[in-house]
Write a protein that binds this ligand. Structure first.
Ligand SMILES: *Cc1c(COP(=O)(O)O)cnc(C)c1O
Length: 364
């Protein structure tokens, strides 16, 4: 039996009829940019997940960019983020001319280590971009205490953590801004590009709303410098079809993870830690093994798909060579990148497939 790492066709075949009906309605109404479908999505997204309000945008990178504009980061400013994440977590810092500074992560949760974060703060530090990687909330109490102490703007990159809660509070509403991605492979994936920005601070929400449409509140009057960060009407319509399923999909991801955690018994395998302050929504289930490459080959022979997320930490990417942080700068991130492997965890996996992943890992 084949166990693909990810198969998006199952979910999209199941929702084909309502999705195409929604697209047709949006097409006939010519609601192409923002509009009612997007507004409906923003409201339901905010109300079902516990965000005060939400702004839909045209990717998950967009709200990170907008958040960096609102934070006022600029040349000479340092903004700290984790080196073990998707590159997009850091792009916004570059887009506004500021300097990305990395602080290493914890081995157990893959998230920013508050002690390393504290050590990376300098008089030039203006903000932090926290990533709730793989769906696991980061240690927000310690991080927010540091942010208050040093007067830092906090952006939560929740691209992989939609619906996750930290001590009962939805991620994205603890810092100043929270950002989401609806890239097709995410827990709530659109059929194309999409993202959202949330903030418990109303003035930030208003500013982001204006930046999204070329810095304007009234058409052809531009009070602040903005851009085009609008979500398409079609994307809003499709996300409205998908959003009601998110809770069930998340529960299924958590059930699969619970089996992996309980039943994977291979010696030397390191399973993701499950801290009490926040339950993961398991965008990925990433394990570590000293013979990672051999394990991947073994799983491929057993028809189990895996992926390597992420093979190279940000400080070792060519684009960040100019920062001058070579190998050895962030040893935990480097160690994780060379030993991690992600197992299949999408909601449509059958119990038999999950069983096959477990028995194949244990047979290594
Ligand atoms: C997916 C992702 C983003 C945003 O990606 P887009 O492709 O622009 O939607 C940002 N940060 C992380 C950690 C991600 O996984």
């Amino acid at each position: 039996m084949k166990v693909p790492f990810l198969d998006l066709s199952l979910q999209h075949q199941a929702l084909r009829e309502p999705a195409l009906a929604a697209l047709t309605a949006t097409y006939d109404a010519t609601r192409f940019c923002l509009g009612k479908d997007v507004e409906d999505f923003e409201q339901t997204f905010a109300s079902t997940l516990g965000y005060p309000r939400a702004l839909a945008m045209n990717s998950g990178t967009a709200p990170l960019h907008v958040a960096c504009m609102i934070a006022g980061f600029g040349p000479g400013d340092e903004v700290i983020t984790a080196p073990f994440t998707f590159i997009s977590s850091a792009w916004g810092i570059n887009y506004v001319g500021a300097t990305p500074v990395f602080a290493d992560v914890e081995e157990g949760t893959f998230n920013l280590d508050p002690e390393k974060l504290a050590a990376a703060i300098t008089p030039r530090t203006k903000g932090i971009i926290i990533v709730h990687l793989f769906g696991q909330p980061a240690r927000m109490d310690e991080i927010m205490a540091l942010a208050r102490q040093h007067n830092l703007f906090v952006i939560e990159d929740c691209a992989q953590a939609v619906g996750a809660r930290y001590r009962g509070t939805p991620v994205g509403t603890i810092g100043d801004v929270g950002t989401f991605s609806f890239y097709p492979t995410k827990n709530l994936g659109g059929c194309g590009e999409g993202g959202a920005l949330v903030s418990r601070r109303e003035e930030i929400h208003t500013q982001a709303r204006h930046i999204r449409v070329h810095g304007s509140d009234r058409r052809y009057y531009h009070d602040i410098v903005g851009g085009n960060f609008r979500m398409d009407g079609f994307q809003g319509a499709l996300l409205n079809v998908k959003l009601p399923h998110l809770a069930g999909w998340t529960a299924r991801r958590q059930a699969i993870a619970a089996r992996y955690l309980a039943e994977i018994t291979l010696a030397d395998v390191r399973l993701p830690e499950q801290p009490g302050y926040g339950k993961s929504v398991f965008h990925q289930f990433t394990v570590r093994h000293p013979q990672r490459d051999a394990l991947r080959e073994h799983l491929a022979k057993h028809e189990v798909g895996t992926d390597l997320i992420y093979p190279v930490p940000l400080h070792l990417q060519k684009c960040y060579a100019y920062l001058g942080r070579g190998p050895g700068s962030f040893p935990i991130s480097e160690k994780i990148a060379s030993t991690c492997v992600s197992l299949p965890i999408f909601p449509e996996l059958t119990d038999a497939q999950v069983g096959q992943v477990i028995s194949s890992v244990n047979a290594f």
